[in-house]
Design a protein around this ligand. Sequence first.
Ligand SMILES: Cc1cc2nc3c(=O)[nH]c(=O)nc-3n(C[C@H](O)[C@H](O)[C@H](O)COP(=O)(O)OP(=O)(O)OC[C@H]3O[C@@H](n4cnc5c(N)ncnc54)[C@H](O)[C@@H]3O)c2cc1C
Length: 296
Amino acid sequence: MTPLVNPAAEPVVLAFPFRGACRVQNSPANRVPSHGTDALGSSYAIDLVPVDERGRSAPRTWRGLLSHQPPEVFIGFGRPILAPVSGRVEAVHDAEPDHEGRRSQLALVPYMLGQARRARRGPVELAGSHVVIAHGAAGPFPLLAHRQRGSVQRQPGEWVSDTGSALPARGRGIGVVEGTVSEVLINDDQLTGVQMDDGHVIPRDALFVPPRFVPNNDLLVGLGCDLDEPGWVVTGANGATSVAGVWVAGNLANPRAQVITAAGEGSAAAIAINADLVDEDVSHAVRDYNRHGILP
Ligand SMILES: Cc1cc2nc3c(=O)[nH]c(=O)nc-3n(C[C@H](O)[C@H](O)[C@H](O)COP(=O)(O)OP(=O)(O)OC[C@H]3O[C@@H](n4cnc5c(N)ncnc54)[C@H](O)[C@@H]3O)c2cc1C
């Protein structure tokens, strides 16, 4: 079977789905298909095993060497699992029992003998409790398998944010929905929500739109003043631009300026302009004196 991979698709960078150290096993970095089969979308599956600072997934015991162990002894059991990508929760299955851990080769034998039977029963039997996230309307659809029973806190249709980009907001208890708003929904002159471009509706009764600052600097551009990448005039000391004799102050070059800052910058620029004019007067006077012996 050929894996369903679109070679033209943009690569998706996944965040780690939990905090703390882990051991990576059966990774597509080593081989594809990573688990020896392309069946059930598992060509690029990765096994992440949470470990302690000594690299152990659970304390070493005689039982662990000879038999299976209850899931509670593993340090990863109960650890919160986070979304590795932003997207909409597509499917949730949260009812499979937490199975015994099998670190012992002896315990693995009956498990492996039962693998074909589980595969015949389908994805749920193999993936256990799981969550599928739609990263875009047409995928990709990463699946988080072998979740702890009853641990899933999201429902299908809800949005999740990846751990990287949303971390500062998450840390302050703020949920983040990534995507593009296509429409503001208003019913009877009241805001009811926003509609995302994939059709998903987020109910809301208040909406704030951050301002986007645009410099009104055609005059300075026409004079040839250097701009930075976003388009703001580059200034040196006291508001001097790259064009001799041209200074700026306030919001024209500094979007963060408030009244007091803008006025302060204006004052500093005015002093610099005055000094520049005096310098110019002096150099003219020196020039005239040298040429004609004229004193002011
Ligand atoms: C909604 C809002 C709330 C704010 N609240 C506060 C606050 O509470 N406290 C605070 O300190 N600051 C506040 N600010 C910021 C403050 O208004 C600015 O920092 C300050 O006005 C900047 O002064 P400025 O002289 O640089 O620019 P501006 O005050 O914008 O002055 C520029 C002037 O140049 C004129 N102009 C533009 N182009 C041309 C042209 N081509 N030819 C001739 N004239 C032109 C404009 O009409 C304008 O009069 C607020 C700003 C906004 C937008």
